[in-house]
Structures are given as C-alpha cells and as structure tokens.
Design a protein around this ligand. Structure first.
Ligand code: DX5
Ligand code: ZN
Length: 218
C-alpha cells in the first residue's frame, strides 16, 4: 500500500495569516485547499489568484479540492497555478475524462471526488484517468461537521476497485477526520487523510499532525 499521508485543510486556518498558517503544517504531506464558489456548495472561499500566491510561499504541495461548478473549465488552471494535486467533483463535471487529462497534462496529480449521496460504482472506469479518489465523509461546504461512518463502505469499495485496476491510486477521505475517526478511515483503505479542525484546532499543530500520523499507522 501507499504510505499514509496527512493533508491538513487550511479551511480551518486563519485566513488573515495564510503564510504563517502554512508554516505550521510543514511536517504534513500536503496542504488541502478548499476552493468553493457559492454555487456547487453554499459557501465561498478562495480561487486561482490565492492558490497561485500560496504556492509561491510554501514548500508543502497544495492539494486543491474544487467544490465548484464547471470544473472542466477551471481545473487545469489550478495545476498551472502550482497545485500538486487537483480534485474535481464528478457531480459537477461534464467531461470528467477530459478534465482529468487536462490536469495531468498541466503537471499535477488528478483526482475526482464524490459527495456522500453519490455512489462510486458508476465512476469505476474513471480510475484509469486519475491518481486519487476523494470520498467525502461530510456534506461539502463547511468544516467542523460530524464524520459520516456510513461512507466507510464506499472507501472500501474504492480501495478494492483501485486494487483490481493495479497501479497506485490513492484514496482520500475528507470531513470529520480526527483522532477518534482516523483509525476507521485507514482500516477501510484510506491513504490520504484530510483534517481541518482536528489540526488547526490544536494548540500545538505539529504535535497534532504527529498524533494523527501515529494513530493512522496500519
Ligand atoms: C468540507 C471541506 C473539508 C473541510 C474539512 O467541505 O472539503 O476539507 O475543511 O474540515 P473538518 O476536518 O473540520 O471536517
Ligand atoms: Zn476538502
């Protein structure tokens, strides 16, 4: 299996001090950047110019999670802006194959995400086009929500399908990941653990990242 990776979500960080907030997570594998457009989800965060600026100031690769309409139009731009990984939602993509290929052509890892109500099975063939699948374990839009245990069978299904296809496809879990829930995610087959409030809510952020890593050990 792939090594376990921690991707703290800066959605829970202080937006007035993002450069400092990124410095607090330099021991993490990724910085998860939640892009929301007020249409795909009922919340608005940041977009391309901010991602470009963040990429300039941090050595941590950016893991951009696009919760936006029309990702076909925008996704490759995030790769060009310097993101190391770009995830789009299948519910919003008109041509997911072309979008995944455009992300990869622009030099980033490509991933698709599924909301809690979206089944994975219809998208199994898309595994040939991506490096990762994001299984949402809360309704996208806000941090600090309760982890949805009923999504764990989907994590398992993605892990199994990825195994059947061969290659190295990571499974990412996003939403409500904490010291209490991270073990279940890893047990179900997650490789990349996103955590917002669990990381930035800690007094000692690097220590919390270390704790999560230790709890995630398989
Ligand atoms: C929710 C975002 C998540 C969010 C997770 O729409 O996609 O990345 O930041 O926050 P926590 O870890 O607090 O659930
Ligand atoms: Zn996210």
């Amino acid at each position: 299996p792939a090594p376990l990776q921690i991707s703290p979500s800066i959605l829970a960080a202080d937006f007035a001090n993002l450069e400092d907030e990124l410095r607090r997570i330099e021991t993490a594998d990724w910085a998860h950047v939640d892009v929301m457009d007020n249409h795909f989800v009922p919340n608005l965060t940041l977009g391309l110019p901010v991602v470009e600026a963040l990429a300039r100031v941090t050595p941590v690769p950016l893991d951009c999670h696009l919760m936006i309409e029309d990702p076909d139009r925008w996704a490759a731009g995030y790769a060009e802006a310097g993101a190391g990984s770009v995830t789009f939602h299948v519910e919003a993509a008109a041509d997911p194959v072309a979008t995944a290929r455009a992300i990869r052509a622009a030099g980033a890892r490509a991933a698709f995400a599924v909301k809690p109500g979206t089944p994975f099975a219809p998208y199994e063939e898309l595994l040939d086009e991506v490096d990762m699948v994001l299984v949402m374990t809360v309704e996208p839009g806000f941090g600090g929500q309760a982890f949805m245990d009923d999504q764990l069978p989907k994590v398992r299904a993605v892990r199994e399908a990825a195994g059947r296809r061969g290659g190295q496809i990571w499974v990412q879990v996003d939403g409500g990941v904490s010291a209490d829930t991270i073990g279940r995610c890893v047990e179900a087959g997650a490789d990349v653990l996103v955590a917002g409030s669990a990381v930035y809510g800690a007094d000692d952020v690097p220590a919390r990242i270390g704790e999560l890593r230790a709890l995630a050990r398989r």
